[in-house]
Write a protein that binds this ligand. Structure first.
Ligand SMILES: [Zn+2]
Length: 408
């Protein structure tokens, strides 16, 4: 089919990096990309003849980004056991369905931080070729871990530093876009302790040196304070979880936070629907004060849910976004952490996360004002992925077939 060029008009839009919504806005799309976005009155003459779809009172904003998911996990009571029970053919189908669940929820990009057999790379290639199939995937392949270490069953266990380097080269050659390393144990693997480091500082430094030479950022899974410190000092680009687990209690380290600010280290605290649960992994009252201090110090925080782990469904990003103001972010700052801020941290700053000319046409429209109430993001009436509308509001006559079950 020939590329489709069109104009979206809406009562409001969150444009570029603006703090406030722009009233009476328009976004021009050609093929995969945004041609132009701005106040309707400033629409360039040459774009006035495009087919136009009026979204009425809706608010246009960039498609959302969930920076920490596991498409291979099923969000059931025991994701590791469920994973072990299926072969790669079945798993690939399930992962594609999960990428689609994210997209249906308005999440146009996910970073997959751990899957087996490079199936996350495969799903990412499929959704890049057909953006209506599911969210764009930034894949990590199998996380680097130690033998019997956190998530060893995904295939990334390495016995020594040579094996670690081989795994990074294999991942690079297989098409990953980020290297994930399990700097500490985790909650999901029974024999590991979340607070304990899995690698020494020297190994982490070797990992970042090699990955950066291959132009891959490094995401370090780190619950324990010692592992966080080592990962930051080694120059890892994003710290995942950042839970500050010490010896029998939480041990926040302000000196490490200051180092993060100096280096521009980004934290993805994986705030999800479980965060406030009083029976959760850590006490939220204490954790949210740590996150508040982190944010006040100037560490960029990006949104991510760990979707796929127990009880955290694919496409449940908004559950986490609604909790993020608990540590002092305004709704606008939360939105940025799930759009332009996350895009920048994922190496997609020029690609997605903004309604701005030249960016991919990844966008959603919602009723109400998301800069006042994040809850309105829960039911996007319009979802456009790479220029293709996968959900269209009732009453808007879209010329292309929209799959019936995707209609809002
Ligand atoms: Zn994870």
């Amino acid at each position: 089919m020939a590329p489709h060029a069109y104009l979206l008009g809406a009562a409001r839009a969150l444009l570029d990096d603006d703090e406030l919504l722009t009233p009476d806005a328009a976004v021009a799309v050609a093929g995969r990309r945004i041609l132009w976005a701005g106040p309707r009155a400033e629409l360039p003459e040459v774009l006035r003849g495009l087919d136009e779809y009026d979204l009425g009172e809706l608010t246009l904003l960039p498609g959302l980004i969930d920076a920490h998911v596991h498409l291979a996990f099923d969000a059931g009571p025991d994701p590791a056991a469920a994973l072990a029970a299926v072969d790669d053919t079945v798993l690939l189908k399930e992962m594609t369905a999960n990428a689609r669940r994210h997209l249906a929820a308005g999440v146009t990009t996910v970073r997959d931080l751990g899957a087996r057999s490079f199936l996350d790379v495969a799903v990412g290639r499929a959704t890049a070729a057909d953006p209506a199939l599911g969210a764009r995937v930034v894949p990590a392949g199998a996380p680097i871990t130690v033998p019997d270490g956190h998530c060893w069953y995904l295939g990334g266990a390495c016995a020594d530093d040579d094996a670690v380097a081989d795994r990074i080269r294999l991942s690079h050659d297989s098409g990953v876009q980020v290297v994930k390393i399990m700097a500490t144990g985790g909650f999901l693997t029974t024999r590991t302790r979340p607070g304990a480091p899995q690698f020494g500082a020297a190994t982490l430094r070797a990992v970042t040196r090699l990955a950066h030479r291959l132009r891959l950022p490094v995401a370090a899974h780190a619950h324990g304070t010692e592992g966080i410190r080592d990962a930051v000092e080694a120059g890892c680009d994003t710290i995942e979880h950042c839970t500050w687990v010490g010896d029998g209690r939480l041990e926040f380290d302000r000196a490490v936070v200051d180092r993060m600010v100096e280096q521009g280290t980004v934290v993805c605290p994986t705030v999800n629907g479980n965060a406030r649960n009083p029976r959760g992994r850590v006490d939220w009252r204490e954790r949210r004060e740590h996150l508040r201090e982190l944010v006040e110090a100037g560490v960029p925080v990006i949104a991510g849910t760990d979707a796929g782990i127990e009880n955290i469904a694919h496409g449940s990003l908004v559950d986490g976004l609604e909790i993020m103001p608990d540590f002092g972010l305004t709704p606008r700052q939360v939105l940025r952490s799930a759009t332009a801020g996350a895009a920048l941290a994922l190496g997609l700053g020029g690609t997605t996360g903004r309604l701005s000319g030249g960016h991919d046409a990844d966008l959603i429209a919602v009723g109400g004002d998301p800069t006042a109430d994040l809850g309105v993001l829960r039911a996007p009436a319009l979802v456009v992925s790479g220029g293709v509308a996968v959900r269209v509001p009732d009453g808007v006559a879209w010329p292309r077939p929209v799959e019936p079950d995707w209609r809002a």
